[in-house]
Design a binder for this molecule. Sequence first.
Ligand code: 5GP
Length: 186
Amino acid sequence: MKRLFVISGSSGVGKGTIIKEFLAKHPKFKLSISCTTRSKRTGEIDGEHYHFITREEFQKGIKNNDFIEWAEFSGNYYGTRKSNIEQTLMDGSNLILEIETRGAMQIKEQLPEAVLIFIAPPSFEELKKRLEGRHTEDAEVIEKRLSQAEREEQASQKYDYIIVNDTIKNALNNLEKIVSKYATLD
Ligand code: 5GP
């Protein structure tokens, strides 16, 4: 049986970059593609970054029990389809889920062998700076995401591991160390 790794971290913490570099180095690991109701950001591709679906479609999915976990975050739904996970693990790949903390708790409950990793910013000020520098969200959205970041940091206490993202290189190194305890990297 292959392993499931759940990676969470506040928006702007750099988890996307770390995961992207990890996947480029270790192609045996696959990233689960989530469903979301939020609108596409510039450059995002449907079916690659997310499955972009409507609120109606998402609610239908909840009713049909299609999601192994889901949560509402910043006014939008995000969720992981069960079929996604089953197929990838059966194909013989280790799977990474990049999801927020409430979803991670739902995974841990159903799949206790999943490994939960939280990526934290070096400081709250640094996180604010990174979010503002990204120029992808307006001020109101940034405020919302910052208050969510505080809540998420509290949830991180329930994770198996916390990685502080001081530099991408260090964080990637630490991620590799953790993952290699449970799965062969290549
Ligand atoms: P973003 O809008 O920045 O792409 O994502 C917002 C948050 O939703 C991030 O914390 C991301 O990890 C989380 N997220 C993405 N996909 C899923 C999912 O399938 N389930 C849950 N619970 N959270 C998700």
